[in-house]
Design a protein around this ligand. Structure first.
Ligand SMILES: [Zn+2]
Length: 166
């Protein structure tokens, strides 16, 4: 909350209260009218300050909500990331992230794009044969292709199985 704005609102209200008291002692109508104008401007000032405090409180709440959402997202990604392991399943130098069997929770084995994974996005790689019959793995998101060095590869395996092979 904006404490400066709140303090300003309080002091404006105090000024307004003082003006109201002094109106009781006024003798002439013109004196009263002058004080009424002063009173109105003090109240307006208080209102403006209160509005500023409310606005900044609203902005803070909005920021907190945004940060909470980001934190949640980050937490979810950290959990998701832990389910995968970097493996080198092919003859080529290309690496990929494979789902761990211990973390599969009934999910089929699959391989995800390492460059997307490093940008906190999970994208399953698809095998594709090039014109010479070599199998390449293609990321549908970033379009990167990885040479496997094989003309035929079996289905994807869990990370533990690739770790045993290498
Ligand atoms: Zn990718």
């Amino acid at each position: 909350m904006d404490l400066v704005a709140i303090q300003a609102a309080i002091s404006s209200l105090k000024a307004a209260a003082d003006i109201s008291k002094s109106i009781m002692d006024m003798k002439s109508m013109s004196e009263v009218q002058g004080k009424v104008i002063e009173l109105q401007s003090a109240l307006l000032e208080a209102q403006n300050c209160a509005l500023m405090a409310t606005t900044s409180q609203f902005e803070l709440q909005e920021k907190i909500r945004e940060l909470e959402a980001k934190l949640n997202e980050k937490g979810n990604w950290v959990k998701e990331k832990a389910r995968y392991q970097l493996v080198s399943p092919w003859r080529g130098p290309a690496q990929t992230y494979a789902l761990k069997q211990s973390e599969a929770n009934g999910e089929e084995p699959h391989l995800v794009c390492s460059s997307c994974f490093n940008k906190e996005a999970k994208e399953i790689l698809n095998p594709l044969k090039n014109k010479d019959g070599w199998v390449q793995m293609v990321c549908p998101r970033c379009k990167s292709t990885m040479d496997t060095g094989y003309k035929g590869i079996g289905g994807p395996k869990y990370a533990e199985e690739y770790a045993k092979e290498s």
